[in-house]
Ligand binder design. Sequence first.
Ligand code: 5AD
Ligand code: SF4
Length: 490
Amino acid sequence: MREVMYLSKPSFIEAIKRNQTNIDTIHYNNETFVSLFLNNPTLKERLIKNNSFYIKTHGCQANIRDEESIAGLLASLGLKRVEKIEEASIIVINTCSVRENANNKVYAEIGNIKRLKEKNKDLVLILCGCMVETKDTLNNLITKYPYIDIIFGTHNIDNLLNLLYLYMENNNKKRIVDVSSKEGEIVEDIPTRRNNSYSAYVNITFGCDKFCTYCIVPQTRGKERSRDKEDILKECKLLLSLGYKEIILLGQNVDSYGKDLKDKNITFASLLDSVASLPIKRVRFLTSYPSEFSDEVIDVIAKHDNIMKYIHLPVQSGSNSVLKRMARRYTKEEYLALVDRIKAKIPDVALSTDIIVGFPNESEEEFLDTLDLIKKVKYASAFTFIYSPREGTAAAKLDDKISDKEKVERFKRLTDELEKYYPLYNASFINKVEEVLVTSVSKKDKNKVSGVMFNNKIVNFNGDPSLIGKIVKVKILEDKLYSFNGEMVE
Ligand code: 5AD
Ligand code: SF4
């Protein structure tokens, strides 16, 4: 087997530690790493010959934002991003491990890359993201896929150029692994290549301290830590000066923002108020945690026209006993009371959610409580999942008497219940003119473009690619359940 050089290894004990009170902010200095390559003529030449990289990202918005840092770091070496994997000299697979099927996609993908590695001995295959953060999965990747060259964790992105240097310097012989489990720090100033020039993700918190019993994220991304408010505002102002139309504030739980900062007056409500006071067209935020969603946040959303009236409020289950087993810190009644408070102050709000079916030993009665909650909330949209046990989480240790067949049936009943209410919500937009941020050419029809309404619903309409990145007025004509057809009016 190819030798492995470990700079650090994952540790479950370290990953779930929550002792640190002061979080360090580190300012990344790219020149140090770039000069490693510039001062080495052989490597400099190799980079000139093999000058392209390809990145594939799986999973959530946090991973998409990480992809932009990885792209920024590689671009700082003068490398160019390519969209075709066959054209790349460096391939980065940015993985997700929130459910087993996310892992399976990655295994299939790296299996396919083997033939590219056989053709080109200088091709560098890099794996990163949440999947490499657990010991057993990492060991499996190392033993079964000897052609993976570099593996680094979510805490080690800022070390990427150093890892690439070490790998190339030892002439592709040793494989390099840097996956350090730690509570984490905040690294500012990592070079960034954004995926587009109109809508930008801005991290406000990293990590998560909630430890919902089904979820792997607190283990893979470390302690919850807030970025300095001034650093966030500086990034937003820069985006504004670059012409960005939309800013999406990101955190596993945005409502916890500020709780670890010294200045106790800084809260998510105050941050959101400051960001929305900038002359940016659209502000969004993801994800909210029901029991921490404050009335101040509701007031700030109601106050600013540029905060999209779309709230993603994961409920996970409508059953109090399941919520307790999931260690979610609210009841069905408290969640519904919050929804009432939101609807009272923001009447046109679009509510969306995440729901898991088939949590270990979920009874029929408990499942019916979820259907009942859906009937009461009438979501505008939702993301639904079948529970997937994750190594190292508390729920993975529970035995489960519910069959897979039952879970699949419930999943179907869940979707049917949610879909009863979408047409009611969607009907209110027919023949109305809505602002739409155009994001792409339509996948189904080259003469059409797709865009996003305030409520995160997709609208397709006749238009050309020059509209991408613009906010245009569209008359909504037809409800397609998960999207609309419309017609541009100006
Ligand atoms: N199984 C199924 N769904 C999960 N989610 C998180 N962990 C799991 C799991 N183990 C879902 C939750 C979360 C969303 C991002 O993914 O609903 O809100
Ligand atoms: Fe996972 Fe719960 Fe944290 Fe969300 S709040 S990332 S579901 S542990």
